[in-house]
Design a protein around this ligand. Structure first.
Ligand code: SF4
Length: 96
């Protein structure tokens, strides 16, 4: 499932810095796309879609443990995922 994030999420995740808020979102999106971090940017809503691995897994999902590698810094979308309740360390998008 593609994960949509805002600039605040990208800053928390350590991908962007507070300083980057001064940049044009379009320019940031171009840079992040080039680095393979995002696969899409919605200009109207300023929402970035994180890139996925070839098997559709999130870039931040550990392939062996199936746990989120950035759990403490995960995007709001993941924090607010309604389907599976909080299970510390695990990605809410994965089956139990
Ligand atoms: S919880 Fe972690 S692994 Fe799961 S979608 Fe969010 S960032 Fe990716």
């Amino acid at each position: 499932m593609p994960v949509e994030v805002k600039i605040d999420d990208l800053i928390r995740m350590g991908i962007l810095s507070d300083f980057d808020r001064q940049e044009q979102p379009k320019k940031l999106a171009r840079q992040l796309k080039k680095e393979g971090i995002i696969e899409h940017f919605n200009f109207k809503n300023e929402v970035f879609t994180l890139s996925r691995m070839a098997n559709d897994d999130c870039l931040y999902l550990d392939t062996v443990s199936r746990r989120c590698t950035i759990y403490a810094l995960r995007p709001d979308t993941c924090r607010n995922h309604p389907k599976i309740g909080p299970r510390p360390g695990y990605c809410p998008y994965q089956p139990r």
